[in-house]
Design a protein around this ligand. Structure first.
Ligand code: 5GP
Ligand code: ZN
Length: 111
């Protein structure tokens, strides 16, 4: 999709620090990390959010990418996966993404 920053990252038109990549998904470090480890997992195809008709195969590829991030970053103590969806959740980039957060005690403020 034109003017979508994450489509441009997926196409390597905008640089990012890639943690994992395959033909369907890419995982990269968040520009503004909220934890010692903060990566984003996105499908290379553009979907606005998790409810935008994302194929099961793509969701499975994203779950695999989360596992790859966890291994690459050594998150043996645990981690949190978040997907902000819509205005109430504060979604700012309208390309489906999963945050993978870890590397510290993440607290219990939200779920
Ligand atoms: P949201 O608030 O939509 O769930 O999260 C969007 C995330 O994308 C934010 O954590 C933000 O820091 C990250 N982000 C926005 N633009 C860029 C970018 O150009 N590169 C990278 N690596 N992360 C970005
Ligand atoms: Zn996009």
């Amino acid at each position: 999709m034109e003017d979508c920053i994450f489509c441009k990252i997926a196409a390597h038109e905008i640089p990012s620090t890639v943690v994992y990549e395959d033909d369907q998904v890419i995982a990269f470090d968040d520009l503004n990390p909220q934890a010692p480890v903060h990566a984003l997992v996105i499908p290379k195809e553009h979907y606005a959010n998790i409810c935008d008709g994302v194929p099961g195969e793509t969701l499975a590829a994203m779950a695999h990418a989360v596992d790859e991030v966890v291994r690459a970053k050594g998150l043996t103590g645990g981690f949190r996966v978040i997907t902000n969806t819509g205005a109430d959740a504060g979604q700012t980039v309208m390309h489906f993404h999963m945050h993978v957060l870890g590397g510290c005690d993440l607290g219990e403020d939200l779920i």
